[in-house]
Design a protein around this ligand. Structure first.
Ligand code: SF4
Length: 200
């Protein structure tokens, strides 16, 4: 059944929950925001309670930013869900705020990189994408699920270097190139060469 979306002020979003010191939603210690509401309806969804747009609770950006600032050990934030790109307007503000403080931004989406680039589900979603360092894209597909995968649930999902992909005009995957401890990309051509995740 189609999930009904609601309209909230730009500074407020609807969340399923948060993990303030996650070590499983990207490299390093991360503040993970699980947004509420998703239209993908994946069979075997890991967070079925996050699918309804009316569920969860409202959270202000100020509340989330205060919690993020309280942890100096964070490597970054991770936007997940639910479908974070359905609430792109407030998350665009949060991503911009986080990047200004040197935090990396990861995002998980049931949409593919190509869909988001083309403006699906919204222009705001595409703008949010430009503020993301790494995107784990595509719906969860139970037939391709494996516990052996790093940072993704099923093999169809890709771990994408968003700035490099936007520059190249196509998805650039970085599956082998992210150091778990530092969150830095390791150049697979030269293992001694590391560089930070950079803005587009
Ligand atoms: S995209 Fe994620 S939250 Fe949405 S239905 Fe699929 S697994 Fe569940």
């Amino acid at each position: 059944m189609a999930q009904e979306k609601s309209v909230l002020p730009m500074t407020t979003l609807r969340i399923f929950g948060i993990a303030d010191d996650s070590i499983v939603d990207g490299p390093g210690i991360r503040f993970a925001v699980f947004t509420q509401g998703c239209t993908h309806g994946c069979v075997g969804c890991h967070n079925p309670g996050a699918q309804t747009f009316g569920g969860g609770r409202e959270a202000t950006l100020e509340e989330l930013e205060r919690q993020i600032e309280a942890n100096p050990l964070l490597a970054g934030i991770t936007l997940t869900g639910g479908e974070p790109f359905e609430q792109a307007a407030p998350l665009r503000e949060l991503a911009h705020w986080a990047r200004a403080r040197g935090l990396t931004v990861w995002a998980y989406s049931g949409y593919t990189f190509e869909e988001l680039v083309s403006g699906t589900p919204s222009a705001e979603a595409r703008e949010l994408l430009t503020l993301v360092d790494v995107l784990v894209d595509g719906p969860y597909e139970a037939a391709q699920a494996s516990h052996a995968l790093t940072w993704r649930g099923s093999a169809n999902q890709r771990i994408i270097d968003v700035p490099a992909s936007l520059a190249a005009g196509e998805a650039v995957q970085v599956d082998r190139g992210v150091d778990r401890g530092t969150g830095l990309f390791v150049n697979p051509m030269c293992q001694s060469d590391v560089s930070t995740v950079t803005s587009p």
